[in-house]
Design a protein around this ligand. Structure first.
Ligand code: FAD
Length: 468
């Protein structure tokens, strides 16, 4: 085994994966004075938001419009706003959620790098987590591979933010996959980014074809927001899409064109492709998904240019560099968060983050998207114990692969909640490292919550849910 030149052989905390959850975890741990190494397979941070063309961030608010996520994720947005990289939280015209947060993905990469570098995180790009060493229920070291060869790095606490539970799996932590009945996961999607869209023409189309659009809380509210929201979000072109599926112009299941304008007016993220029945953790399936996704994106681009008002002169900026994986392995941790916990807005003594996004399940095998909306004002809680496992006590499983049912996961999976969980994970890791207790069971939860709140995190729902 060789060693990466100048790489320290041991750290306080190692974070595997630099997506939204991993970046916030590394930031939080480093700001608590820990020596942190972040290992990321790509050459930039942001995960799905930068590598998979995902956006906007959705959502920092609950369905009554109360902000439920602040702390370091909000600091990131504030920094982007100050540099012109985001218009901030804007009303969602679709009315699916209260607000969405568009951003410039290139500026996001730089801003995350600056925040983490300022905090002293050692960022190791182009480095793949390969394996884990576990001894007596504790993770001792990981093996990584990069241009320098294969290296071994030790730490006191590890955070798995790979989205696919790569580290937890290598450490022998059991996992679940997909929905209970048949283990099918939510579909993969390759997002497409288009520029030069005539947004005024698109707005006119929506106003004149309200029956060709979907507004989850009614067209009256949607059209009202259309007048004031500084960026567009729409579900539209339903009829033309249905027709195109009949003629074979569109070869896959999808019920509407889902469009989100980025921070740049006239530039849109098209979240439409749908790749079902493949396993994102099977390398052959994943390769197949990349190829299917690219072909679907071409079909969508041609469809929009031909049939969609405002897209006649659109230009293709890119299809995302990696196919978007909504769901893969979810570890079986010390507590599995359930849909019932979210619906009842259950609070926990070890809550580390809140969320307000609905249960949003893109069908694993059919055409639709099934959403369970919460009663007004619902804010749910995510407990630290859902990030902890019995197999490796000093491993925190953060982000997309934490312990939650298929349904609960479908609510907590979006990026603001993932970032809030990341701040909680990094702060808890710092506590564990400091106390050398290596278990959440021995942590002083009150102190942890106090520190999170001091750093801006919201842990208490702003309003009690109103009985529907
Ligand atoms: C198509 C699609 C559309 C979505 N739409 C939205 C939306 O509109 N708004 C929203 O807020 N959310 C949306 N989501 C959900 C959201 O993007 C993800 O759930 C969220 O990004 C998960 O964050 P994460 O940090 O856990 O994982 P990820 O964002 O997946 O980040 C994981 C990181 O780990 C790295 N990594 C993985 N394995 C390794 C390894 N072995 N070694 C080193 N590095 C590794 C990856 O490169 C990546 O950077 C969407 C998701 C998809 C797929």
């Amino acid at each position: 085994m060789t060693s990466s030149p100048n790489l320290s052989p041991s750290y306080d905390i190692i974070v595997a994966g630099g997506g939204p959850s991993g970046s916030m975890a590394a930031l939080a741990a480093a700001r608590e004075g820990c020596r942190v190494l972040l290992v990321e397979q790509f050459g930039f941070l942001g995960g799905s938001l930068t590598a998979m063309g995902v956006g906007p961030m959705m959502t920092f608010h609950n369905n009554s419009g109360d902000q439920v996520i602040r702390g370091y994720p909000q600091e990131l947005i504030d920094r982007l706003i100050a540099k012109g990289g985001s218009p901030g939280h804007v009303e969602d015209i679709i009315t699916y959620v209260s607000t969405v947060t568009p951003f410039d993905s290139e500026m996001l990469k730089i801003e995350l790098e600056e925040m983490l570098t300022e905090a002293g995180v050692d960022i190791l790009f182009h480095t793949l987590l390969l394996d884990a060493e576990v001894e007596d229920g504790l993770l001792k070291a990981i093996t990584i591979a990069n241009k320098a060869g294969v290296s071994r790095v030790e730490a006191k606490v590890f955070i798995d933010s790979t989205g696919d539970a790569d580290l937890a799996s290598r450490a022998g932590v059991p996992f679940e996959f997909g929905r209970e009945a048949d283990s099918l996961t939510q579909p993969m999607t390759m997002n497409l980014k288009l520029g030069n869209v005539d947004r005024d023409k698109l707005i006119d189309y929506v106003k004149n074809n309200v029956d060709d659009c979907e507004f989850d809380y009614g067209s009256e509210l949607g059209l009202k927001r259309l007048e004031t929201a500084p960026r567009l979000s729409l579900k539209t072109f339903i009829k033309a899409l249905e027709q195109a599926r009949k003629t074979g112009e569109i070869s896959f299941n999808r019920e509407f064109i889902l469009l989100f304008e980025t921070s740049e007016k006239g530039t849109f993220i098209i979240n439409v492709s749908r790749i079902q029945g493949l396993d994102p953790t099977n390398p052959l399936d994943l390769s197949k998904a990349e190829m299917i996704g690219r072909k679907q994106c071409l079909e969508i681009f041609n469809f929009l240019k031909k049939h969609a008002a405002g897209f006649e002169n659109a230009i293709r900026l890119d299809s995302s560099s990696k196919v978007g994986v909504r769901e893969s392995k979810r570890v079986i941790g010390r507590y599995t968060l359930t849909a019932e916990d979210l619906l009842a807005a259950r609070q926990f003594d070890d809550t580390i983050a809140l969320g307000g996004y609905p249960i949003d399940i893109h069908s694993p095998d059919e055409n639709g998207t099934n959403t369970q909306f919460f009663k007004p004002g619902t804010t749910y809680s995510i407990p630290l114990r859902s990030l902890m496992t019995n197999e490796a006590r000093n491993l925190i499983v953060n982000g997309r692969c934490l312990s939650a049912s298929h349904e609960a996961f479908a609510a907590i999976r979006t990026t603001p909640t993932m970032m809030a969980i990341g701040q909680g994970a990094g702060t808890a890791a710092a506590f564990m490292q400091r106390s050398e207790s290596f278990s959440d069971l021995d942590l002083d939860l009150e102190q942890l919550r106090n520190l999170l709140e001091k750093n801006g995190a919201l842990l208490v729902p702003p309003t009690a849910a109103i009985e529907a």
